[in-house]
Ligand binder design. Sequence first.
Ligand code: NDP
Ligand code: OXD
Length: 321
Amino acid sequence: MNKGALALLVHGGSENWSPERWKGRFDHVCEGRRVWLLPDAAFDPAEIHYAAVWKPTPGELAGFPNLRVIFNLGAGVDALMADSTLPKVPLVRVAVGDLTGRMTEYVVLHVLMHHRQELYLRACQREKCWEPRSQWPASAISVGIMGLGTLGSDAAEVLRRIGFRVSGWSRSPRQTEGIECFHGNAQLDAFLEQTNILVCLLPLTPDTRHILNRKLFAKLNRNSPMGAPVLINAGRGGLQDETDILGCLDDGTLGAASLDVFATEPLPADSPFWMHRNVVLTPHNAADTDPHEISKYVARQIERFEAGGPLENVVDPARGY
Ligand code: NDP
Ligand code: OXD
């Protein structure tokens, strides 16, 4: 019997999202299954049982009458949730060790960069200026992570081991040893009031859009040796009010920011973020999606599903993540 075919719809732009590279990987891991790369392939839509996608055009998934599962090739599903024509079949997102490890690297790098005063030290080096400032220990800094899911909880654990005081904020209650856990809107202020470095790893949903705004930044803790608090956002650009971030950096409400994601990507050439001396900017590559790992993850899930087993990491449409 023919195995249901897989349609591949990848619109990424960067080298990592080369559709041909993904096609090569899926051909390799989906032995005996036809893999069609859209939009060019000529195929019968009725033979498609699975779709593996990154940023498909809205409506592009609506034409497959026998679709059983959609696999998002990244962790964040906000682009898919915005498509009102999305077929009502299970939507699986990425949650794999490879991606998680990459995000933890990014978070630890940027927390340490601000904690160890790297912006100041690099500026000194450029000016050949030998003026050491005293350095406090990690235990003097409280890192607060918004989003204690797959990515946030791993980063929290590594930061805790380095010696930071770590807390986290989620939607529902969580318990993690050594991490002070807050949840829900009622506990948001208490979480912010003790946070010196705020790391955002939330999904973008109607509840979280523009949550990173002046009102929230003003509640962060300023009593650490660092002084003004720091923002690190690697979630999604839609989580942040960019005018507020710039204003808060300029009036000292925020001391610095590391931003991996922006409302408009690629970041336009005239954006003030490019040249801001207190901004460390990366081009949405905090945690790259590796075609090798992710294609194996999707193929494993399909095999298990066809053998009658459960799908993992299925998105809850009501929560939006
Ligand atoms: P998860 O779904 O595992 O975790 C999401 C966390 O956010 C959970 O702890 C959840 O709470 C919490 N959360 C969601 N909504 C709210 C809310 N309204 N109030 C409070 N907490 C909330 O996601 P991941 O950790 O895998 O990924 C997080 C995001 O990271 C992705 O959605 C994506 O946008 C981004 N990302 C960015 C990348 C990059 O390269 N920059 C790469 C990969 C992902 P609860 O535990 O109660 O469910
Ligand atoms: C993701 C991303 O969501 O790369 O996986 O942004």
